[in-house]
Design a protein around this ligand. Structure first.
Ligand SMILES: [Zn+2]
Length: 144
Protein backbone atom coordinates (compact mmCIF):
# COMPACT_ATOMS: atom_id res chain seq x y z
CA UNK A 1 0.00 0.00 0.00
CA UNK A 2 2.26 2.83 -1.17
CA UNK A 3 1.40 6.47 -0.59
CA UNK A 4 1.45 8.40 -3.84
CA UNK A 5 2.03 12.08 -3.42
CA UNK A 6 2.78 14.74 -6.04
CA UNK A 7 6.19 16.33 -5.49
CA UNK A 8 4.81 19.88 -4.96
CA UNK A 9 2.50 18.66 -2.16
CA UNK A 10 5.31 16.66 -0.60
CA UNK A 11 7.51 19.77 -0.62
CA UNK A 12 4.66 21.84 0.82
CA UNK A 13 4.05 19.57 3.77
CA UNK A 14 7.76 19.43 4.56
CA UNK A 15 7.98 23.24 4.30
CA UNK A 16 5.06 23.49 6.73
CA UNK A 17 7.17 21.68 9.32
CA UNK A 18 10.07 24.05 8.73
CA UNK A 19 7.77 27.04 9.06
CA UNK A 20 6.34 26.03 12.45
CA UNK A 21 9.68 24.84 13.85
CA UNK A 22 10.43 24.49 16.78
CA UNK A 23 6.74 23.60 17.10
CA UNK A 24 4.94 20.78 15.38
CA UNK A 25 2.83 21.37 12.33
CA UNK A 26 -0.08 19.20 11.37
CA UNK A 27 -2.46 18.79 8.52
CA UNK A 28 -4.84 16.55 6.64
CA UNK A 29 -4.28 14.66 3.39
CA UNK A 30 -7.19 14.53 0.95
CA UNK A 31 -7.21 12.18 -1.99
CA UNK A 32 -8.32 8.80 -3.25
CA UNK A 33 -8.02 5.37 -1.71
CA UNK A 34 -8.49 2.03 -3.38
CA UNK A 35 -7.41 -1.52 -2.52
CA UNK A 36 -3.85 -0.99 -3.72
CA UNK A 37 -2.99 2.67 -3.31
CA UNK A 38 -3.48 5.84 -1.39
CA UNK A 39 -3.13 8.88 -3.59
CA UNK A 40 -2.86 12.39 -2.17
CA UNK A 41 -4.43 15.17 -4.23
CA UNK A 42 -4.79 18.03 -1.77
CA UNK A 43 -3.38 19.20 1.57
CA UNK A 44 -5.18 21.03 4.32
CA UNK A 45 -3.22 22.72 7.04
CA UNK A 46 -4.58 22.30 10.52
CA UNK A 47 -3.86 24.52 13.49
CA UNK A 48 -2.08 22.70 16.26
CA UNK A 49 -4.75 23.06 18.94
CA UNK A 50 -2.58 21.56 21.61
CA UNK A 51 -0.93 24.44 23.40
CA UNK A 52 0.35 22.54 26.42
CA UNK A 53 3.27 20.93 24.64
CA UNK A 54 3.05 21.71 20.96
CA UNK A 55 6.59 20.49 20.38
CA UNK A 56 5.85 16.82 20.94
CA UNK A 57 2.14 16.36 20.50
CA UNK A 58 -0.27 17.27 17.83
CA UNK A 59 -3.98 17.39 17.73
CA UNK A 60 -6.49 18.15 15.03
CA UNK A 61 -9.72 19.63 16.37
CA UNK A 62 -12.95 17.78 15.56
CA UNK A 63 -14.29 20.92 13.87
CA UNK A 64 -11.27 20.89 11.57
CA UNK A 65 -11.91 17.27 10.65
CA UNK A 66 -15.51 18.06 9.83
CA UNK A 67 -14.43 21.06 7.75
CA UNK A 68 -11.89 18.83 5.98
CA UNK A 69 -14.55 16.26 5.15
CA UNK A 70 -16.80 18.99 3.80
CA UNK A 71 -13.96 20.45 1.74
CA UNK A 72 -13.13 16.97 0.48
CA UNK A 73 -16.69 16.32 -0.57
CA UNK A 74 -16.65 19.55 -2.55
CA UNK A 75 -13.48 18.43 -4.34
CA UNK A 76 -14.61 14.82 -4.73
CA UNK A 77 -11.86 13.65 -2.35
CA UNK A 78 -11.71 11.68 0.88
CA UNK A 79 -9.52 12.03 3.92
CA UNK A 80 -6.69 9.58 3.20
CA UNK A 81 -4.29 10.58 5.95
CA UNK A 82 -2.69 13.07 8.25
CA UNK A 83 0.71 14.64 8.59
CA UNK A 84 2.73 16.24 11.32
CA UNK A 85 6.30 17.15 12.07
CA UNK A 86 8.74 15.99 14.72
CA UNK A 87 10.97 18.92 15.61
CA UNK A 88 14.40 17.57 16.57
CA UNK A 89 13.06 14.02 16.75
CA UNK A 90 13.22 11.11 14.30
CA UNK A 91 10.47 10.52 11.75
CA UNK A 92 9.11 7.61 13.77
CA UNK A 93 5.71 7.42 15.41
CA UNK A 94 5.56 7.97 19.15
CA UNK A 95 3.37 6.09 21.62
CA UNK A 96 1.14 9.18 21.70
CA UNK A 97 0.89 9.18 17.91
CA UNK A 98 -0.16 5.55 18.01
CA UNK A 99 -2.64 6.03 20.85
CA UNK A 100 -4.27 8.94 19.01
CA UNK A 101 -4.44 7.22 15.61
CA UNK A 102 -7.98 6.02 14.93
CA UNK A 103 -8.39 6.31 11.17
CA UNK A 104 -7.93 2.78 9.87
CA UNK A 105 -6.76 2.59 6.30
CA UNK A 106 -5.24 6.06 6.49
CA UNK A 107 -1.64 7.26 6.17
CA UNK A 108 0.16 8.99 9.02
CA UNK A 109 3.02 11.00 7.57
CA UNK A 110 5.77 12.26 9.85
CA UNK A 111 8.55 14.63 8.84
CA UNK A 112 11.56 15.08 11.05
CA UNK A 113 12.77 18.68 11.26
CA UNK A 114 16.23 19.33 12.64
CA UNK A 115 17.38 22.88 13.33
CA UNK A 116 14.56 24.18 11.18
CA UNK A 117 15.34 22.00 8.15
CA UNK A 118 13.11 19.13 7.04
CA UNK A 119 14.87 15.77 7.18
CA UNK A 120 13.44 12.32 6.54
CA UNK A 121 9.73 11.96 5.84
CA UNK A 122 8.10 8.61 6.61
CA UNK A 123 4.58 7.35 6.20
CA UNK A 124 2.84 4.79 8.41
CA UNK A 125 -0.31 3.07 7.34
CA UNK A 126 -2.81 2.28 10.10
CA UNK A 127 -4.07 -1.27 9.71
CA UNK A 128 -6.66 -3.03 11.81
CA UNK A 129 -10.32 -2.73 12.59
CA UNK A 130 -10.34 -1.74 16.24
CA UNK A 131 -8.19 -0.30 19.01
CA UNK A 132 -7.30 -3.88 20.00
CA UNK A 133 -5.76 -4.99 16.74
CA UNK A 134 -4.53 -1.78 15.17
CA UNK A 135 -0.92 -1.41 14.04
CA UNK A 136 1.24 0.99 12.10
CA UNK A 137 3.10 -0.41 9.13
CA UNK A 138 5.81 1.48 7.33
CA UNK A 139 4.53 2.57 3.96
CA UNK A 140 6.68 3.56 0.99
CA UNK A 141 6.18 7.10 -0.30
CA UNK A 142 6.11 7.40 -4.09
CA UNK A 143 6.55 10.87 -5.48
CA UNK A 144 4.64 11.68 -8.62
ZN1 LIG B 1 4.32 12.54 16.41
Amino acid sequence: MPLHIPRPLYDTLRAHGEETYPHECCGILLGHADEQNLTVAHLLRAGNTRTDSAHNRYHIAPQELIAAQREGRKLGLDIVGFYHSHPDHPAQWSTTDFAEAHWFGCAYVITAVANGTAQITNSFFLIGTSEDNKAFIHQPIQLA
